[in-house]
Ligand binder design. Sequence first.
Ligand SMILES: CCCC/C=C\CC(=O)SCCNC(=O)CCNC(=O)[C@H](O)C(C)(C)COP(=O)(O)OP(=O)(O)OC[C@H]1O[C@@H](n2cnc3c(N)ncnc32)[C@H](O)[C@@H]1OP(=O)(O)O
Length: 273
Amino acid sequence: RNLFYLSSVRTTTFILKMSNSSPSTGVAVMHMQSPPVNSLSLDFLTELCIGVEKLEMDKGCRGLIITSVLSPKVFSAGLDILEMYGKSPERCGEFWKAVQEMWLKLYGSNMTTIAAINGSSPAGGCLMSLTCDYRIMADNPRYSIGLNETQLGIVAPFWFKDTMVNTVGHRNTELALQLGLLYKPAEALKIGLVDQLVPEDQVLAVATQTMTKWLTIPEHARQITKSMMRKPTLDKLRSNREADIQNFVSFITKDSIQKSLRMYMEMLKQKKA
Ligand SMILES: CCCC/C=C\CC(=O)SCCNC(=O)CCNC(=O)[C@H](O)C(C)(C)COP(=O)(O)OP(=O)(O)OC[C@H]1O[C@@H](n2cnc3c(N)ncnc32)[C@H](O)[C@@H]1OP(=O)(O)O
């Protein structure tokens, strides 16, 4: 099963499938395609990390746009809840390491990264968007974005919180995280959770135009600046990875938390019925 494909230009590394090849722009587009909701499973995260690493090593690739083929509907439903429910501690640990790896790779990327958010993007989906340098969202009030972990009875870890603080500030994060808020596009724009709203059918086109502008900035200067801004946040997790994994495993395997996850999944199913 293809979890996503990269349409990549000016690079020879592609995952699974390539489209729109053009040797001139140096931009790769990652189209997530893991039906029904692009939830971030261990397989998905592993594949994503390998793809990003290959692009990172490709000197011809300077920009990455992340988007979803499941539009209109979902950008990413966040972490795959089934990876956190009824799994052994070992498996939970392996999963969490992959979540960390995804964040470290994307937040620490040397490339210019743009999220073309063409659907809802809760929790881990929001985190993935937040790792990018710029966020463009479809102006559709049916969609929402935010770190809604408390609504599932779980707690966003410190590096989720730090990424949010770095984007929307302390007060907005405090409200967003405690209440597990999911923001409609207009509200997300107002607090700076996304940078731009565009009509649904123009998300990828505008992301591509925006990328062209970003790539006019001298590369070395932009990369050093990005690193200067993000390094302290990245280093905090880099130096605490193992403790963070242990913390996640002991938290998520608690009976009370497993019960919350089960109730949340039942609620999702009932909503559908
Ligand atoms: C210490 C722990 C820290 C953990 C940090 C992060 C946590 C997370 O990221 S947890 C994931 C949080 N995600 C959510 O709360 C989103 C839940 N999903 C939705 O709100 C909706 O599904 C969504 C708006 C994304 C899309 O809505 P619809 O298009 O209406 O789809 P459905 O709701 O009908 O869903 C289809 C199908 O997918 C299953 N699903 C949805 N989300 C997830 C998920 N995150 N993981 C696994 N599976 C998911 C949903 O149950 C449906 O399944 P079926 O009923 O079997 O078809």
